[in-house]
Design a binder for this molecule. Structure first.
Ligand code: SAH
Length: 272
């Protein structure tokens, strides 16, 4: 019997045009698409109408599908002879469990291919006018999850090391960090990052609802709270955030047209 292949595919940060040509091709020919909640309907609708579509972000009761269930489903569908696309937001291996799924497929002997995607860790700052590296401002990029409690002793994240990266002129991008933004910014300050270091939050980058808030390590959490920033959003700390001021007046095209007000305040947002 025909053994299907599983494609671990990145859908990019939201704009369907940021899907790669290869991702679009495998989506068009897939028999089954298992997609996360973060992947917008416009992406899935555009490329996957002739296929079985399963939203593994939630099950019919509104509960999140467990990783074990997703793993089992991928294997079962492939063994039944289907080419399966496992579609994830951004890039499949940047906080996307693509690595775990690849290990599972390998253990089960299922042939698979990885199709990289445009990660929000880079795209979100970029479309807001913030280059993650810049010869004059930053020679390194660190991407971290902001989800963990930085005050917990057993935190796997070394905020002292992250602070050192920023102090040394590097760029720090925090994903999944909206809920803990105040704690994380405080942790950076406590470990030596000056309060006036520039910071920005980009919500729903590349989507119609895109919105950017700027401030500093000292102010960004409060400003985001005032404006009501919600996930998904990427937070950027570092001198590169200042580049935005140099380019924003001429940052045109689809992105600028879709973007919310720059240097947003609560009243800007309220009037949207
Ligand atoms: N694999 C994804 C990241 C998954 S973790 C990638 O490579 O982009 C989910 C987090 O990604 C969100 O909490 C948010 O921090 C970030 N994110 C995803 N899409 C985003 C978007 N359009 N704009 C801003 N941040 C986004």
């Amino acid at each position: 019997m025909y053994q299907g292949t599983v494609y671990l595919v990145g859908a990019g940060p939201g704009d369907p045009e940021l899907l790669t040509v290869k991702a679009a091709r495998v989506l068009e020919t897939a028999d089954v698409v298992l997609h996360d909640a973060l992947v917008g309907d416009d992406v899935v609708d555009r490329y996957a109408d002739a296929t079985e579509r399963i939203d593994v972000g939630k099950d019919p009761n509104g509960e999140r599908t467990t990783q074990e269930e997703i793993n089992r489903l991928m294997v079962r569908k492939a063994r039944e002879g289907n080419d399966v696309v496992r579609l994830k937001g951004g890039d499949p291996t940047v906080f996307g469990r693509g690595g775990e799924e690849a290990e599972h497929l390998a253990r089960e002997g299922i042939p698979f291919e990885v199709v990289p995607g445009v990660t929000s860790a880079i795209a979100a700052p970029e479309v807001a006018g913030i280059p993650v590296t810049h010869r004059e401002h930053a020679s390194s990029l660190t991407v971290v999850t902001g989800h963990e409690d930085p005050t917990k002793d057993e935190s796997a994240i070394d905020w002292s090391a992250l602070a050192d990266c920023v102090v040394a002129g590097g760029t720090l991008v925090v994903l999944m960090g909206v809920g803990r933004m105040a704690d994380n910014a405080r942790a950076l300050r406590e470990h030596g990052v000056p309060a006036e270091t520039p910071a920005a939050v980009v919500e729903q980058a590349t989507c119609d609802e895109e919105f950017t808030v700027t401030g500093t390590v000292g102010t960004i959490a409060e400003r985001s709270g005032e404006v009501g920033v919600e996930p998904p959003a990427a937070t950027v700390f570092g001198d590169v955030v200042g580049v935005r001021d140099q380019v924003v007046d001429c940052l045109e095209g689809a992105t600028a047209a879709r973007a919310g007000p720059w240097n947003a305040t609560a009243s800007d947002r309220g009037s949207e």
